[in-house]
Design a protein around this ligand. Structure first.
Ligand SMILES: [Zn+2]
Length: 395
């Protein structure tokens, strides 16, 4: 019972790299609101795009930035062809600045900061049409098991750049992607910028975990809530962009919970998705059997898959646990999973009950936090395994 490495994920790159509003999947209400703000000259100088992974926060921010800067914008979108739009689409416009989480790599051995990785960032964002997440970004950078962050050097560099006059005489736009990865000193430095913003500057902060953001940052930004993508919009995009069969698109849209990145993965590499299922299933079977020595082997082997995948495995487990509640309350029909996983989940559900539900969920969540804090995976997984053996017996 050894977890094997999941296959690499490859995104389909067949469709054009445009990143205008028309290329953003679903999200029509948000688009409308953003377009309106420009047309009515009410662009707030600091905005927080908060929403789940894969909902299109960065594509929306990029389309918005391009719309703000394009001199030939129409009522619904930027023109897409003027020199400004062309520079925006290549992410090389001199008035567009990025701050992104980074870590040391083989190339940058110390003091990582966004500016040192801009070439990689552009390539990565364009390749993925803006639909990006930290897990694949870290894989792209090859940071190995490290967690990315934004250092105070990032804030200092941004301050320097924004204090200069804009190149093209219009707005300067700073996109801070995954703002929850800012360290406290970084956030405090940025806060000064938000409080006394340079003229004609728009800050677009993107975040997935609002809890992790400093309250002061939240209070200085206008919240733009980005919901998960509607299932039918996802389905349509899978058919159009990845040439999926309608039934395949339907299945992928159902299991991806409004996350385009997950939807693509499940279509292009169903093995990748199946990996978490089979691994979690194997793991729980060992727990049911109280097979302690095999659980230790399992936990030792789990270190080979890396931190991001370890977290995803725990997250998958959390989902199965939450779904169990639905099964136990006769709501099986709203569980969004492929058939074989649904069967497994229905068999697992009876072991989750009011006496252990909160503890199991907390156990998995705490393990995710420890992985995030660079805890030693074999120890964390052994601890979870042994506690799980006891919890699953609780009536
Ligand atoms: Zn244009």
């Amino acid at each position: 019972m050894v977890p094997t490495l999941p296959p690499n994920i490859s995104m389909n790159t067949a469709w054009r790299p445009d990143m205008q509003f028309k290329d953003v999947i679903g999200q029509s209400a948000v688009k409308q609101r953003l377009i309106q703000s420009v047309r009515e000259n009410h662009v707030s100088h600091a905005q927080l795009f908060l929403g789940p992974a894969g909902s299109g926060k960065l594509p929306l921010a990029l389309a918005y930035a391009q719309y703000i800067l394009c001199p030939n914008r129409t009522e619904t979108d930027s023109c897409g062809v003027c020199p400004t739009c062309q520079k925006m689409q290549k992410l090389v416009h001199p008035d567009l600045h990025f701050v992104v989480p980074t870590a040391t790599t083989k190339k940058i051995k110390s003091n990582p900061e966004s500016d040192l990785f801009m070439e990689e960032w552009r390539e990565y964002v364009i390749e993925n049409k803006g639909y990006v997440d930290t897990s694949s970004w870290y894989t792209f950078l090859d940071v190995e098991n490290k967690q990315g962050y934004m250092s105070v050097r990032d804030a200092a560099s941004l301050l320097r750049k924004l204090s200069m006059k804009s190149y093209e005489g219009e707005y300067k736009i700073a996109i801070i992607w995954m703002a929850e990865k800012m360290r406290v000193d970084t956030a405090n430095k940025l806060l000064k910028l938000l409080e006394e913003p340079p003229e004609k500057t728009v800050f677009l902060l993107i975040a997935e975990d609002g809890e992790e953001l400093l309250a002061t940052i939240k209070s200085r930004t206008a919240l733009v809530k980005i919901p998960a993508i509607e299932t039918n919009a996802l389905e349509k995009a899978l058919v159009e962009r990845l040439s999926c069969q309608p039934n395949q698109a339907h299945d992928a849209a159902m299991i991806s919970e409004g996350n385009w990145i997950t939807a693509c993965h499940s279509v292009q590499d169903s093995e990748e998705h199946k990996y978490f299922f089979t691994t979690f299933q194997q793991w729980m079977r060992l727990c049911f059997r109280a097979a302690y020595s095999e659980l230790i082997d399992f936990s030792n082997n789990i270190k080979t898959i890396g931190r991001e995948k370890q977290k995803e495995l725990l997250e998958y487990g959390l989902r199965i646990v939450r779904n169990s509640l639905l099964f136990n309350n006769n709501l099986a029909e709203i569980v969004m999973l492929p058939n074989d996983e649904k069967v497994f989940n229905s068999k697992f559900a009876p072991f989750v009950n009011p006496a252990n539900l909160a503890q199991i969920a907390e156990l998995l969540e705490e393990a995710m936090r420890q992985i995030e804090r660079n805890g030693y995976a074999p120890l964390i997984f052994t601890d979870v395994s042994f506690k799980m053996v006891g919890l699953l017996k609780k009536k």
